[in-house]
Write a protein of this length. Structure first.
Length: 265
């Protein structure tokens, strides 16, 4: 399969660390930079990325799983030309086959630059399979002790059980860039002591009340408050992602077939 799209899985050890806000704003920031970006909401059963974008999700990936809609009918337009695949929330959907779901979305593989996937938090088996079959694994890290330890637990399973050799980290809701880097270095020190993997820094996003205000306005922060501290951080993160010169992996090829999404087998 010929593809240009690099698949970026945004994940975290636990909820409450701003994972979805990072995924949403990263996607829009990439689009604002002129990249062809798609956001896939794969937070199974708790999907809400469309709410942060102010997009009405009348159709979701569940409709593709049920073979009731084509991928083109489900993909919606977001800010700055972003492509959005809304996830399903609070409903049970049928288990997919790789052939059906993969075929539905594979045509986008050669037309996009980046596919950002908002995955479920934690270490659920389905979520981890989804994360592991991506080109870039981006862990959103928080300084809160329980979130820090849960992020380590996530990294441990990805490395030891799924064979992931490279992880990328974005500290979120930190005081400033210096404190974000300090948090990353602490995480890398702990992780490298026990795990045979490369732990890499991308960029930090500072704590900013504008993020919460944007949620209430049902807009992403980078569109509602483009000059605030958090938006500057999201833009810096997007530039770091766009500058990554990494080969497309075989795992990413499988992922873009959506074989790992929503129980595909």
């Amino acid at each position: 399969m010929s593809r240009t799209a690099r698949v970026i899985a945004v994940t975290s050890g636990k909820g409450g660390v701003g994972k979805t806000n990072v995924a949403v704003n990263l996607s829009v920031a990439l689009s604002r930079m002129g990249k062809r970006a798609m956001l896939v909401d794969a937070d199974i059963g708790l999907a809400n990325a469309n709410i942060l974008l102010g997009v009405n999700a009348a159709r979701t990936i569940a409709d593709v799983l049920a073979d009731q809609r084509s991928a083109e009918e489900v993909v919606q337009s977001g800010p700055a030309g972003l492509f959005l695949v809304p996830g399903h929330s609070g409903v049970t959907v049928p288990r997919a086959s790789n052939r059906g779901l993969g075929h539905a979305f594979r045509s986008y593989a050669g037309t996009l630059d980046h596919v950002v996937v908002d995955t479920a938090s934690g270490i659920g088996a389905e979520s981890l399979e989804l994360v592991a079959t991506s080109d870039i694994i981006l862990i959103v890290l928080s300084a809160e002790p329980t979130a820090f330890m849960d992020a380590y637990a996530l990294a441990k399973i990805l490395v030891l059980e799924h064979g992931c050799s490279s992880l990328w980290v974005a500290p979120n809701m930190v005081d400033d860039e210096a404190s974000g880097r300090a948090l990353f270095h602490h995480f890398r020190e702990v992780t490298k002591r026990f795990l045979p993997a490369e732990i890499n820094y991308l960029a930090s996003v500072p704590r900013d009340d504008h993020v919460r205000e944007a949620v209430f306005r049902k807009r992403c922060c980078i569109e509602a408050y483009p000059d605030c501290r958090a938006s500057v951080g999201f833009t810096r993160l997007a530039r770091a992602v766009a500058d990554l010169d990494m080969p497309l992996t075989e795992a990413g090829h499988r992922f873009f077939g959506m074989e790992a999404l929503h129980g595909a087998c």
